[in-house]
Design a protein around this ligand. Structure first.
Ligand code: TXA
Ligand code: MG
Length: 314
């Protein structure tokens, strides 16, 4: 039996399989099996009413999970799937409450990673998969990070290397009249608007049902704060010995005695790729604080901006 066959067998028996996607690693279970879904919530310590994304291999499976797929939904699916996009649609009859959090809608995504594709094709049905981390923590972008987060609580971890995107998918709600972005990702509002030929609104606050929209989320254990570039020098000058050691994540190089600084990529996609892995490593190094320089306030940066804002709301 190869890894994919073993994974499929485990899913069929109601087990949990962690697998790579291009965004982050997912904690997968058979989306039609309530006992398996319960395990996801137990392992993640996730509130039971937080809905799960169902992953599919092929657009032809959409009708099994969603009813009324609007023209906007089809346009986005055709433009971005397989890829880092989740669509919120009206759910089909028979979709379990554990998937939807008892809402009328369902989140669906076709990921673009060869291992995820192989798994979904062989399994032949939907795989529910939240990010493979404990609730509120940083999503894992390597198999090693999944092991650290969940250890023996998962039956199998498929190793597909480091995730290319590094932050979670863009979530677009196309279940109603007006498309809304519920979670920014590497596919930007601009790109979505260009496909739909209409502006999309971005719900920065509210939507408590989207766990990623809770104010503190995606957070390291180490106290993390966000700081504007112009305030960095004053901030560092005011530190006392008792505040050290701290580490700075900056966009332009800075040298300051006794302060470790890490220069992050000046490109939003490369920054997103590095962010969680960097935070995860720093979290193990005993710093009293992680200080992150704010990133530009533009469409291309909105996913990174969102994640560093949430990481710093401890
Ligand atoms: O990139 C990703 O989306 C990753 C990979 C594994 O696919 N998955 C992921 O899942 O980030 P999770 O559960 O960590 O985050 C999914 C978000 C949650 O905040 C959830 O509340 C929201 O999607 N969601 C799922 N179904 C929804 C629905 N019907 N309405 C509103 N939000 C929904
Ligand atoms: Mg998550």
């Amino acid at each position: 039996m190869n890894d994919i066959q073993e994974a499929v067998a485990l899913l069929e028996q109601g087990g949990l399989v962690a697998f790579p996607t291009e965004t982050v690693y997912g904690l997968g279970a058979d989306a039609r099996n309530p006992d398996a879904l319960q395990k996801i919530f137990a392992v993640k310590q996730r509130p039971i009413d937080h809905p799960l994304i169902v992953h599919l291999a092929d657009i032809a499976q959409l009708v099994e999970w969603a009813r009324e797929v609007s023209p906007s939904a089809f346009s986005l699916a055709n433009a971005f799937w397989p890829g880092p996009l989740t669509l919120i649609l009206q759910k089909a009859p028979g979709v379990l409450d554990l998937i939807t959090g008892k809402q009328e809608t369902i989140g669906l995504r076709i990921p673009n990673h060869p291992v995820a594709q192989a798994l979904l094709k062989s399994f032949g049905s939907g795989i529910a998969a939240p990010s493979a981390n404990r609730y509120g923590r940083i999503s894992p972008t390597t198999a090693q990070a999944v092991r650290e987060e969940l250890g023996s609580a998962v039956d199998l971890i498929l190793d597909g290397g480091q995730c290319a995107v590094g932050v979670e998918s863009t979530i677009v709600d196309v279940s109603g009249k007006q498309p809304k972005i519920l979670r920014p990702g590497i596919i930007t509002a601009k790109q979505i608007a260009a496909v739909l030929h209409e502006p999309v609104i971005y719900h920065k606050h509210n939507v408590p049902r989207v766990s990623g929209s809770m104010e503190s989320h995606y957070a390291p254990v180490t106290k993390t704060r966000l700081i504007q570039k112009e305030n960095i020098t004053a901030f560092l000058n005011n530190l006392t010995e008792a505040d050290l050691p701290i580490v700075l994540l900056v966009l332009t190089e800075i040298h300051f005695a006794k302060i470790k600084s890490i220069r992050m990529p000046n490109d939003p996609e490369r920054y997103a790729h590095d962010l969680y892995q960097t935070l995860r490593e720093l979290d193990k190094q005993g710093f009293k604080q992680i200080v992150i320089e704010a990133v530009p306030d533009s469409s291309e940066w909105e996913a990174v901006q969102d994640r560093i804002r949430k990481a710093s709301r401890g």
